[in-house]
Design a protein around this ligand. Structure first.
Ligand code: TXA
Ligand code: MG
Length: 332
C-alpha cells in the first residue's frame, strides 16, 4: 500500500523549498532530495547532505512539458529544430522514468550543472512528486536521497536511515514502483545517447524517436576529456558488504565458510546454503526484480553477513539497467 501524504505536507514542503531548504520526496524510480534549482545556496545543501562531489550534476524535476523552456535552452542545441522535434516525440514518455540532457538555461544554478553548460530534465510520474512540483511551480533539482555512492532509497525509511536530520521534510509516498533510477538520455549529439540505462529502454527510445540510440560509452571519452556523465564511471549503488555476481562463483567448494546473503531473481537451486535468501519474483519478472532490488541489497547489508551474492540476467531491455546497477555494486 502506498503511504498517504497528509494534506498539510505539500504546503509545508513548498514553504521549505521557497526558503532554500531541502525536501525528500517519492518518485516512481527512487526517492529524491530536492531543492529549488535556481537557488545556488539551496543546491549546495544537497551536495553537503549527500557528501556528493561538486563535479556530479543534478537532475532537474518539473511538473509539465511547458516548463522545459525555463530549464533548458533548445536554441543553443547543435540543431534546435531537430532537438525540438525529438523532445516533442519524447514527451510521449513523460511523466516517466526518463531524464533528458539539454543545453542549460541561465536561471538554473551553476551547481546543478556542476559547472558545465548542460542540464538533465525530467517529469516524474509519482502523484506526490507531481503535486509537489505543481504546487511549487518551479524547477526542483533532486539527486537520489542517499549518501553519495550508497544504494538509492526506494522507501521513506531508507531516506531517514541515510540522511535523517539533514532533510527538512520527508514526504512518504510508499515504496517506489520502478525501483531503479531514470534512464538518462543525452540529446547533445546527432545520435541520441543513453548515459545511464533505466526503465525506459533503448529499444523504446529508438521506436519513439525513429532513430538509432547510442549506449553509454565512457571508454570512448578521450583521456583528459570531461566525462559525458560524471556519475557514470563511479563505483555506485554499493552496499558496504562485498557483492559478487552468482556466475562469478565457481561452485560451492570455492566458497570458504562465510555468512552469505543471496538475491535470486526467481527460485532456483544453489550450490551453497545461504544464511539469508531474497527471492525477488516467483517467475523472474524483471519489473518486479527492479522494484525490489535496492531494498533487498539494503536489507542484506545490515552488517551480519560477509558477502552478498546476486543473481544476473540478460543485459537487454530492463535487464540492461538491472545489470548496470549490479555490476557497479560489485565493483570494489
Ligand atoms: O530516477 C532518478 O533519476 C532519480 C530521481 C530522484 O529522479 N534521480 C537520480 O539522480 O538518480 P542522481 O543524482 O542520483 O543521478 C543523476 C545522474 C548522475 O549519473 C549524473 O551524472 C547524471 O544523472 N547527470 C545529471 N545531469 C547531467 C548532465 N547535465 N549531463 C550528463 N549527466 C548528467
Ligand atoms: Mg544517485
Amino acid at each position: 500500500m502506498d503511504a498517504k501524504v497528509p494534506s498539510s505536507a505539500i504546503p509545508e514542503a513548498v514553504q521549505i523549498l521557497q526558503h532554500g531548504g531541502l525536501v525528500a520526496f517519492p518518485t516512481e524510480t527512487v526517492y529524491g532530495l530536492g531543492a529549488d534549482a535556481r537557488n545556488a545556496a539551496a543546491v549546495r545543501k544537497i551536495f553537503a547532505a549527500k557528501g556528493r562531489p561538486a563535479s556530479n550534476p543534478l537532475i532537474v524535476h518539473i511538473a509539465s512539458f511547458s516548463q522545459i523552456a525555463s530549464c533548458a535552452e533548445i536554441g543553443r542545441s547543435f540543431s534546435p529544430k531537430l532537438v525540438g522535434d525529438r523532445l516533442n516525440k519524447l514527451s510521449a514518455l513523460w511523466p516517466g522514468p526518463l531524464s533528458v540532457v539539454l543545453p542549460a538555461h541561465p536561471s538554473i544554478a551553476q551547481e546543478v550543472c556542476a559547472g558545465g553548460s548542460t542540464v538533465a530534465v525530467r517529469i516524474p510520474r509519482h502523484p506526490v512528486a507531481l503535486e509537489l512540483l505543481q504546487a511549487f511551480g518551479g524547477p526542483v533539482a533532486a539527486p537520489s536521497a542517499n549518501p553519495s555512492n550508497y544504494v538509492s532509497p526506494t522507501t521513506a525509511s531508507h531516506v531517514r536511515e541515510g540522511l535523517g536530520s539533514s532533510v527538512g521534510l520527508i514526504l512518504d509516498g510508499g515504496p517506489c514502483h520502478v525501483g531503479l533510477e531514470s534512464t538518462v538520455l543525452s540529446l547533445l549529439e546527432q545520435t541520441p545517447r543513453v548515459l545511464r540505462p533505466g526503465a525506459v529502454t533503448r529499444a523504446e527510445l529508438s521506436l519513439v524517436l525513429g532513430c538509432e540510440i547510442a549506449g553509454p560509452s565512457p571508454g570512448d571519452a578521450p583521456s583528459g576529456a570531461p566525462l559525458l556523465s560524471p556519475g557514470l564511471l563511479e563505483k555506485h549503488y554499493s552496499p558496504r558488504t562485498p557483492v559478487v555476481l552468482l556466475p562469478a562463483l565457481s561452485g560451492a567448494s570455492a566458497l570458504p565458510q562465510q555468512r552469505i546473503g543471496t538475491i535470486l531473481f526467481s527460485p532456483r537451486r544453489l550450490p551453497f546454503a545461504p544464511t539469508a535468501l531474497k527471492i525477488l519474483s516467483p517467475s523472474g519478472d524483471l519489473a518486479a526484480v527492479a522494484a525490489q532490488l535496492f531494498a533487498a541489497l539494503r536489507e542484506l547489508d545490515d552488517g551480519s553477513l560477509d558477502l552478498i551474492v546476486a543473481d544476473t540476467c540478460e543485459p537487454a531491455g530492463l535487464g540492461e539497467a538491472i545489470m548496470d546497477r549490479l555490476l557497479r555494486a560489485s565493483r570494489r
